[in-house]
Design a protein around this ligand. Structure first.
Ligand SMILES: *[C@@H]1O[C@H](CO)[C@@H](O)[C@H](O)[C@H]1NC(C)=O
Ligand SMILES: *[C@@H]1O[C@H](CO)[C@@H](O)[C@H](O)[C@H]1NC(C)=O
Ligand SMILES: *[C@@H]1O[C@H](CO)[C@@H](O)[C@H](O)[C@H]1NC(C)=O
Ligand SMILES: *[C@@H]1O[C@H](CO)[C@@H](O)[C@H](O)[C@H]1NC(C)=O
Ligand SMILES: CC(=O)N[C@H]1CO[C@H](CO)[C@@H](O)[C@@H]1O
Length: 487
């Protein structure tokens, strides 16, 4: 069986050589045949490494519906996602990178995406993300002992990580200052307002970092439910919400056409109804996702199957697919952001955290990739570019700027472009220190195999706290209308 991905690859390869002689084409076709055979041979391997049982177990309980109360309205939330515990279980498996690197053509097509711009995406923000990391002995804004709610998976110190220096690096933009997070200032700026985090476990990582920082000045009240976290800071009536939406668009596991029950069908042109009920009532919405696109799924546009990921249609339905995994990320970004930017009642500030880079070295999460032993940031010039990360970033940026162009209401859209800066922070992940298990393996085996590890999420305290410093700066610039960093 030939995957959609390999077809795309060979078609675009042909295109680039269309001007060449027929002789070369013949050679090329031979290469394509060989290439496809390679894909056929390697395909069973993908399947072995797919967290299949996880999907089958969790998607089965997809249809739970729960009522939730928000601002006096009764909102029906469809619990079409997994519970927190199951999400946790899935975390280490959240990137399947090696088999996903798309063709060169795809990356060059989108390379001009950042030239698009618009008034609602403030160009003066770019200077925040151009800069470098420096060591600051003042240390982090909280510790694992002063933040009672941080997920154990990201409690690196609590899980026995021996080094601590990674907590002390701060970001210095080249042309301005990024102030240390001032929790009092944040609560003042957000007085009476709601900030909502939407996305996958990386969004949760950022939200927990924010809670930990704010916890140092005020302990919030917990009004959360199983479906949605909700914390209220009474002193200034600030509400922080988070809910799960890994693709940001509508998805279901019900049978569709020739795709059976249990396979996730992702409607790339329909925004996620859950966040469309809640997000427009927010003053600030933070999006962060991208890491679930490598999971097994089928992409739909206008109710038509346009792509598949880690799933092969039956032979009689096998057809060339139009949409690759990274293009699906672009479309879902455009769809979800456009839905907010054209919603008649939404006037908030939407901040899109750009794709968070992972650091599995010499392999992927499931093929011996490792970030064990990284205890300081990479120095300028040391970053090894990761094609998949760059393409995901390009696609997301393209989708973002399309939504900016589509905007009709008074809302604001900002790209919080952390990807480049965070390529340097291979030291900021839990690595093998991702749980309390006293018997966990933290060293390489005698044969050199690294232990299982998380090189995707970020330790707390740790580099992810910087995202909230960027976020506060964007909120301050927006709500104070002042470009100078004068805290
Ligand atoms: C915090 O980390 C220290 C090690 O630096 C550890 O001894 C302590 O138990 C941790 N506390 C919690 C609550 O995880
Ligand atoms: C933090 O913000 C508050 C309120 O705006 C201000 O009074 C205080 O001086 C700030 N603290 C620092 C360290 O800048
Ligand atoms: C955004 O605008 C473009 C160009 O007008 C349009 O083709 C596209 O469908 C719009 N996107 C959405 C999600 O509505
Ligand atoms: C906007 O708000 C009005 C008044 O509350 C409501 O009737 C309308 O349905 C809202 N529009 C959308 C698209 O939610
Ligand atoms: C406040 C504002 O400008 N609202 C506009 C948002 O966009 C819709 C169309 O999608 C307009 O009808 C609203 O007037």
């Amino acid at each position: 069986m030939v995957s959609a991905k390999s077809r795309d690859y060979s078609i675009s390869s042909n295109y680039r050589r269309v001007a060449s002689s027929i002789a070369i084409l013949v050679v090329l076709l031979t290469v394509c045949v060989t290439w496809n055979s390679c894909i056929i041979l390697s395909r069973p391997d993908y399947r072995l490494v797919t967290p299949k049982s996880f999907f089958e177990a969790t998607l089965a309980e997809d249809s739970n519906s729960v009522e939730s109360h928000e601002g006096g309205h009764v909102i029906k939330l469809v619990h079409d996602e997994v519970s927190e515990a199951e999400v946790e279980a899935e975390e280490a498996a959240s990137t399947e990178v090696t088999e996903l690197v798309p063709s060169q053509t795809e990356s060059s097509e989108s390379s001009d995406s950042q030239t698009a711009s618009s008034e609602s995406s403030d160009d003066s923000d770019w200077d925040l993300y151009d800069g470098q990391w420096y060591y600051d002995s003042v240390g982090p804004l909280y510790t694992n002992n002063t933040c009672p709610i941080l997920s154990q998976n990201q409690n690196c110190q609590g899980n026995g990580r021996p080094d601590k220096e990674y907590e002390n690096w701060r970001w210095k933009p080249s042309h301005c200052e990024l102030p240390r997070f001032n929790a009092t200032k944040f609560l003042e700026l957000m007085s009476g307002k709601t900030i909502t985090f939407v996305g996958d476990s990386v969004a949760r990582n950022q939200m927990e970092s924010l809670l930990c920082i704010l916890w140092q000045v005020e302990v919030p009240e917990n009004h959360g439910s199983r479906l949605m976290q909700r914390w209220i800071f009474k002193s200034k009536s600030v509400t922080i919400l988070r809910f799960w939406s890994a693709w940001l668009v509508h998805h279901t596991t019900e049978p569709f056409s020739y795709v059976p029950d249990g396979i996730t069908k992702i409607h790339l042109d329909v925004p996620d109804e859950t966040f469309m009920q809640l997000a427009p009532k927010s003053d600030v919405v933070i999006f962060s996702n991208g890491h679930w696109f490598p999971k097994r799924s089928v992409y739909l546009l206008n109710n038509e199957i346009v792509g598949t990921q880690l799933w092969t249609p039956p032979p009689e339905n096998d057809q060339p697919m139009k949409i690759t995994t990274t293009e699906a990320f672009e479309l879902s970004t455009e769809t979800s952001l456009t839905a907010l930017a054209t919603h008649s009642n939404y006037t908030g500030l939407t901040i899109v955290t750009s794709y968070s880079p992972d650091h599995y070295e010499n392999g992927a999460w499931n093929t011996g990739g490792s970030c064990t032993g990284k205890d300081s940031p990479l120095m300028p010039g040391q970053v090894v570019e990761h094609e998949y990360t760059n393409i995901m970033h390009d696609k997301q940026t393209t989708g973002f700027y399309r939504a900016v162009k589509n905007r009709t209401n008074k809302s604001k859209l900002k790209l919080m472009d952390i990807t480049e800066a965070f390529k340097y922070r291979h030291d900021g992940h839990p690595g093998p220190y991702r749980n309390l298990d006293p018997n966990k393996i933290t060293k390489r085996s005698p044969k050199g195999h690294p232990p299982p590890q998380d090189c995707l999420h970020w330790c707390m305290p740790g580099p992810v706290d910087t995202w909230n410093e960027f976020m506060l700066e964007l909120i301050r610039r927006e709500f104070e209308g002042n470009q100078n960093s004068a805290f």
